[in-house]
Design a binder for this molecule. Structure first.
Ligand code: TRP
Length: 334
């Protein structure tokens, strides 16, 4: 708790271009949650280097992501929006937590197994201890809640185990965080293969709507989206293509599936796809405009970066000092 509000922590990686799936599945909910919690939203650049990155590109994308947080409606005064690498406490706490994490626990992490298969030429120790850094992110701020997708649940479970293990030895040091599973945290699928999640790393550019796509591109991608030959707009598990388009339309407009079915009763997929495309263009146009303004106003964003890193650092230091004392590091001489 901080000033009577629960603390919420979440983060995103600045690798690849963010998609409509990232926005509807996460970022949009972050904005809603920021009314209710004291929120830290981090650009987790330290996690990104577990896979080799081009430095200039990483720096550019991290800045773009931070601008996107703001453009999406996260208030940088109410929330703490910052780069992980600007708060040294993340790495320092991660080291300590490493010493409380068992090899066997990390060996079981499915994301580690997937990523090692994908990057077989660079299975580095950072990739292995990635979940420990994530635990440090969360525990450093005594977060009560962590909104995460299902793919990160195993990491969150580890975080809870580490917090409890540490607390069992040293007393109540860490808040044990809960997962926040969004009510309608829409899961958006690929437009070309609706069995797969819409992903920023998809090789097929038609599979994903990128948040910076222009209106023509958006309309074209929706027109080409894979559906089926039945031709009626109705939500059915066995027709994931049309169902996905309905999920998108529902997430963007707030209309229920029933309302959408009624609205498009007797009208074909073509008309529906146009409506979905237009709703997404209407959603993204102001966001893109705000993003461009921020991109052009370097001084303003620099101010936010500086101020927010200081606020994060203040909170982080409080926890870190407590932890360092508990494990037996000597007090600093002032
Ligand atoms: N690993 C998360 C992902 O890839 C990103 C992340 C890093 C994160 N640290 C976090 C998410 C802490 C929630 C809380 O999606």
């Amino acid at each position: 708790m901080l000033n009577g509000e629960k603390v919420l922590f979440s983060g995103m990686q600045a690798t690849g271009n963010l998609t409509l799936g990232n926005y509807l599945g996460a970022l949009k909910n972050w904005v809603t949650l920021s009314d209710e919690y004291t929120c830290l939203y981090c650009v987790v650049d330290e996690h990104s280097i577990t896979v080799r990155q081009d430095p200039a590109t990483l720096r550019k994308r991290a800045r773009a992501l931070l601008n996107l947080y703001i453009a999406a409606g996260l208030d940088p005064e109410k929330n703490i929006l910052y780069y992980q690498s600007h708060v040294s406490g993340h790495a320092e706490l991660a080291w300590i937590l490493n010493c409380f994490t068992y090899m066997g626990e990390l060996n079981r992490m499915t994301q580690f197994k997937d990523k090692s298969a994908k990057h077989a030429d660079n299975i580095n120790a950072g990739l292995f201890t990635y979940p420990v850094l994530m635990a440090a992110d969360i525990l450093l701020y005594q977060a009560d809640v962590v909104p995460v997708g299902i793919d990160q649940m195993q990491h969150l479970e580890l975080t809870r185990d580490l917090a409890q293990r540490f607390n069992a030895v040293y007393g109540d040091v860490f808040t044990v965080p809960e997962a926040y599973i969004g009510k309608v945290g829409a899961k958006i699928m690929s437009l070309q293969d609706p069995a797969k999640k819409m992903s920023k790393s998809d090789e097929n550019p038609n599979a994903s709507i990128y948040l910076m796509d222009d209106p023509d591109t958006i309309m074209r991608k929706f027109k080409r989206a894979v559906t089926d030959s039945e031709g009626h707009v109705a939500y059915r598990e066995e027709q994931p293509g049309i169902s996905n388009l309905m999920s998108i339309y529902s997430a963007v407009t707030g209309k229920s599936m029933d309302e959408i079915e009624r609205e498009f009763d007797g009208r074909g997929y073509g008309e529906f796809k146009t409506a979905v495309g237009e709703s997404v263009v209407d959603l993204l146009t102001p966001l893109q405009a705000r993003w461009k303004e921020l991109d052009a106003d370097k001084a303003y964003v620099d101010g936010i970066i500086k101020n927010n890193a200081e606020r994060a650092n203040y909170m982080a230091q409080k926890t870190l000092r407590k932890v360092q004392k508990k494990v037996g590091f000597p007090e600093k001489v002032r």
